[in-house]
Design a protein. Structure first.
Length: 380
């Protein structure tokens, strides 16, 4: 089975690079602070009225609920405005959007920031780089506009959605949430760690795999401009720890909790599957999150090989293949991967999506002078 780099009917395939839509707005940068409603102080002789008031915790919860309600109203107003602007865009046609002076994307994105919907603003800014991005850009732009309309419409009909999908929509729009649910203790193998600039900050993504639970978890941390995030977990280490998942997003994003003991280094690669397994997992994930760009996957026994102007990973057992994403072709990690393989099968972890496979780490099939057999090598 071969996944092409895309086409007129597929997801966008231009030079616009986007990581898996585990993108979550950084805390503190997208939130517009509200002044909490203040309860009037009770006079000394108003004992009965004071006794009838909620306790401190209840009052805080009530104030938080009021702030959340006001923000939801702002987001709804922004979503309604965005719907109208998208309708006007389609009525007027897409031809004018590749002009250098075309300002709809940034102007509308600024309006979404005002509406406290940073997720919508982020997707709007991405549309600006699709216009005029190469042959077939109108099709790609129309596809992205359709996904934005789908997200917008989902927010406006949030009360009709199933709980997990509603949580995903809130996350995609840009509303923050707290980790919830029971913590999962496991021995977590660090599969990958890489940094990406997200506007004014640097976002670090760390992928973990639970040896007993079989779960994959994503840790996000943020660094100030010019600074790397503080948390670092080298690829190939194993930590005995608890993680708590966040709602939505397929249950991938998690918060690292208590750790038990010191991290250790492992030489065993994680369990993996075929390219068909990776594609199937991504397809199933899309049912719960239609805006998902990619899904984590570990490929077992694959060989990197050239294919036309790019590269692909070919399954040694069945000959099925996945193209390597265009952004990964320009990174030094590709040549690390080729050198590690030397034409032999190896295990590769990465993100599988509509543009192909983005390799992030690999495990050596045999020992060399510098690297031991089974050792993990970061590619991102």
């Amino acid at each position: 089975m071969v996944l092409s780099h895309g086409g007129e009917s597929g997801r966008p395939t231009g030079p616009v690079e986007r990581r898996a839509a585990d993108r979550v707005p950084a805390p503190g940068l997208d939130e517009v602070s509200d002044t909490a409603d203040q309860e009037p102080e009770s006079a000394p002789d108003e004992v009965s009225r004071a006794a009838a008031r909620p306790s401190g915790d209840s009052a805080s919860r009530a104030a938080a609920a009021r702030r959340a309600g006001r923000r939801a109203e702002r987001v709804t107003g922004g979503a309604q405005e965005l719907e109208q602007r998208l309708a006007d865009l389609l009525r007027g046609g897409l031809a004018a959007t590749d002009r250098p002076d075309y300002g709809l994307w940034e102007e509308t994105a600024a309006r979404m920031v005002d509406a406290q919907a940073p997720g919508l603003a982020h997707r709007l800014r991405e549309l600006g780089s699709v216009a005029g991005s190469g042959p077939g850009w109108p099709v790609r732009l129309l596809e992205e506009c359709a996904l934005l309309h789908l997200l917008d419409s989902a927010w406006l009909r949030l009360d009709r959605l199933p709980g997990p999908l509603a949580a995903t929509v809130r996350t995609r729009v840009g509303l923050t949430a707290s980790a919830e649910g029971p913590a999962v203790r496991d021995r977590w193998t660090v599969l990958a760690q890489y940094d990406t600039p997200d506007g004014r900050i640097t976002t670090r993504r760390i992928w973990l795999y639970g040896e007993e639970s079989g779960r994959t978890a994503l840790l996000l941390s943020y660094g100030a401009p010019g600074r790397a995030p503080a948390r670092t977990l080298p690829v190939g280490t194993v930590i005995d720890a608890e993680v708590t998942p966040y709602p939505g997003g397929g249950g991938l994003r998690a918060e690292l909790g208590r750790q038990f003991g010191d991290p250790v280094v492992t030489a065993a690669p994680p369990h993996g599957g075929s390219t068909a397994d990776a594609l199937g997992a991504y397809g199933r994930a899309l049912r719960n999150d239609p805006w998902l760009d990619a899904w984590p996957a570990t490929l077992r026994d694959v060989i990197p090989a050239p294919s036309g102007d790019g590269w692909q990973l070919i399954g040694a057992a069945d000959g099925s293949a996945l193209p390597i994403t265009p952004p990964a072709l320009s990174r030094p990690g590709l040549w690390k991967l080729v050198a590690l393989s030397g034409g032999s099968p190896l295990t590769v972890f990465g993100e599988c999506g509509h543009r192909g496979f983005d390799p992030l780490a690999a495990w050596c099939p045999e020992a060399s002078e510098d690297i031991g057999a089974g050792a993990a090598v970061a590619l991102a």
